[in-house]
Design a binder for this molecule. Structure first.
Ligand SMILES: Cc1ncc(C[n+]2csc(CCOP(=O)(O)OP(=O)(O)O)c2C)c(N)n1
Length: 336
């Protein structure tokens, strides 16, 4: 990505792709789980259907992923959490192998053994984990490796505001600041940790304020806006590349779906999601692009069609791929 225009267009396209991916997954995930009329709000067999296991979708949170990843190079590392698709897509993880992994197929990133919370792609330096808070120390590890190798690579740890109450998060921040590691901690405050509102679990309003306790800059991005994230992330990533150490950024973002697919969301005020969707960050960035002459209706329709086709192709690839052989069950699990 050379110019600012390239980056703006990339952010828009990538947000559209993430949204298309999550909306497609929301539908496909329910296949075979229960008859539609009793699905809403009831427990179902999460092992049934083509996509087994839990499913955490990130529609609404696209600005965080693209605003940060627009600054990254191939050599930079990204560690995500249990809600990882937006980060993976923004880091360039291939859709086919990522989707096949969620379908449990042998063509998946982890040969079908990891599922949607455990997407590992060394080629694109992407990983994630279902263990809340686990990613921050891992990003420190990648940053330490870059520093020892004398490279100007950076590492990003993405996590939710719930994870910021885990011990591992605090240990990671302390060590990162002490060793001036080239890492940026990016907290997505989507207001809820499962069903618990932030104010019921966290004594301070903004995690960005916690940065001062570790001797690093803390930045609060108050709007779920790709350009605002892009700006804050640019400063933090440049600082990390220059060897000046870590930054903690918190972004106020919006989760459109439940914590997991099938979540009855009884903790959410009625109409909250409808209200959030009225400030959708995708058309907001689209309007900026239009003002700058970078987008019009024809171009928008064209790029949306291409994205739809790419996402559909990934789901087709996953469906058509074979399951692993039973004999593989214990292979690729432990290091000899
Ligand atoms: C160590 C650990 N504790 C608890 C859980 C169960 N759990 C899964 S997601 C979640 C909430 C995470 O909230 P947050 O970090 O804000 O991320 P969000 O789901 O909002 O993206 C919890 C407690 C877990 N997976 N790992």
């Amino acid at each position: 990505m050379e110019t600012t225009s390239d980056r703006l267009l990339w952010m828009y396209r990538t947000m559209v792709e993430i949204r298309e991916y999550e909306e497609t997954m929301a539908k496909v995930y329910l296949e075979g789980k229960l008859p539609p009329k009793i699905q809403k709000g009831l427990a179902f067999d999460i092992g049934a259907g083509p996509v087994p296991g839990e499913m955490h979708l990130a529609a609404g949170q696209e600005p965080v992923a693209v605003g940060v990843c627009a600054h990254l190079r191939d050599e930079d590392s990204v560690v995500g959490a249990h809600r990882p698709h937006h980060f993976a897509i923004a880091k360039g993880v291939p859709l086919n192998e990522m989707t096949a992994e969620m379908f449990g197929k042998v063509t998946g990133l982890g040969r079908g053994k990891g599922g949607h919370m455990h997407l590992f792609d060394p080629a694109h330096k992407f990983s994630c984990s279902g263990i809340v808070g686990a990613g921050a120390p891992q990003a420190c590890g990648a940053a330490l490796a870059a520093k020892k190798l004398g490279k100007d690579w950076v590492a990003i740890a993405f996590f939710g505001e719930g994870a910021a109450n885990q011990g591992a998060f605090h240990e990671a921040l302390n060590l990162a600041a002490l060793w001036k590691l080239p890492v940026v901690f990016v907290c997505e405050d989507n207001k809820y940790g499962i069903s618990v509102e932030k104010g019921d679990s966290t004594a301070i309003a903004s995690n960005a304020d916690r940065a001062a306790g570790y001797g690093m800059p803390g930045v609060l991005v108050e709007k779920n806006d790709a350009l605002a994230v892009f700006e804050a992330a640019g400063v933090a990533i440049d600082r990390a590349r220059r060897g000046e150490g870590p930054t903690l950024i918190e972004v106020k973002t919006d989760r459109y779906y439940g914590h997991f697919q099938g979540d009855p969301e009884t903790y959410r005020p009625k109409g909250e999601v409808k209200q959030l969707r009225e400030h959708d960050p995708i058309p907001a960035l689209g309007a900026v692009l239009r003002e700058q002459g970078l987008l019009d209706d024809a171009r928008d329709a064209e790029l949306r069609e291409a994205i739809k086709a790419r996402v559909q192709a990934a789901f087709d690839f996953a469906r058509q791929s074979p399951y692993p052989e039973v004999a593989e069950a214990y292979q690729h699990v432990f290091v000899d």
